[in-house]
Design a binder for this molecule. Structure first.
Ligand SMILES: [Zn+2]
Length: 269
């Protein structure tokens, strides 16, 4: 399925040429988002819970190198698939600075060390991925040391096209960000990832009123035991007037954004 959207503003195109591609990979229950700049630079945010599944995606996409890797946080449904992706030798690995306590985390660290990757704790900074600007959203102060509430966000900007992904950031974290009154989190965003796979402790009306998503992607596994996505979250997206995509029903969801703010969305099924 393919849909067009965005834009609507008259006038000469501004900003860089080409398209940024954002793929919400179908990895079952978990998150894995691959971003490719018009120049062919690549970023992987999270990798889902299955190394095998991620390996399949990397092969199918013929991805032979990775510039940047971000772990939103160290839970297994976000980092297990990053282990095979480390073989693509990302230059830089960003995370929340809280190491995991699992063997999966240790495997990831050692794979990245073997790849010669630089480790950095996320701070509020801008990283360029070719002509795509990535605003790193560090966890706000005062959220404690739980993994979900320390999710690292990425606000992507390509001219007038914007996308926001914030891992499994539960309500205390989004409340902290709202208290910071940050311009980089003020919508509208054409593309937005549902927080925490549509859990009840993720998105809130106040947060969605701030980020104003046009399209929401729920990255979720068929028949997952968590009850994700919840009716509550789906209702919030409906009330926000957003179009909803689900990887459990539609497979991988791909957006191609242009600098004038227009985009296409394509689903695997
Ligand atoms: Zn998760």
């Amino acid at each position: 399925m393919r849909q067009q959207g965005g834009g609507g503003e008259e006038g000469a195109p501004t900003g860089p040429a080409g398209e940024v591609i954002i793929r919400f990979l179908d990895v079952g229950q978990g998150d894995a988002i691959l971003v490719q700049s018009p120049e062919g630079k690549s970023l992987l945010i999270d990798g889902g819970r299955s190394a095998e599944r991620m390996r399949g995606h990397l092969e199918a996409l013929n991805l032979t190198a990775l510039d940047l890797m971000v772990a939103s946080h160290a839970d297994a449904d976000h980092i297990a698939g990053l282990v095979p992706a480390a073989a693509l030798k990302p230059r830089l690995f960003l995370n929340n600075g809280l190491g995991g306590t699992t063997q999966t985390w240790e495997r990831l660290v050692s794979a990245l060390q073997d790849a010669g990757t630089t480790f950095a704790k996320a701070s509020n900074q801008t990283v360029n991925l070719g002509s795509v600007k990535l605003r790193v959203i560090a966890p706000p102060p005062g959220v404690g040391d739980e993994q979900n509430e320390n999710s690292v966000g990425i606000a992507l900007q390509f001219g007038d096209f914007r996308a926001l992904m914030t891992g499994d950031s539960e309500t205390p974290e989004t409340e902290g960000w709202l208290a910071q009154d940050r311009a980089d989190l003020r919508g509208p965003f054409q593309v937005y990832k549902s927080i925490h796979h549509g859990a009840a402790n993720g998105d809130s009306a106040a947060w969605l009123a701030n980020v104003r998503p046009e399209n929401v992607v729920v990255s979720v596994g068929t028949g997952n035991t968590y009850g994700h996505p919840t009716a509550q979250a789906l209702n919030l997206y409906k009330q926000a007037g957003a179009r909803v995509y689900r990887t459990d029903r539609q497979g991988t969801v791909t957006f191609r954004g242009r600098a004038d703010g227009t985009y296409t969305a394509e689903t695997e099924r």
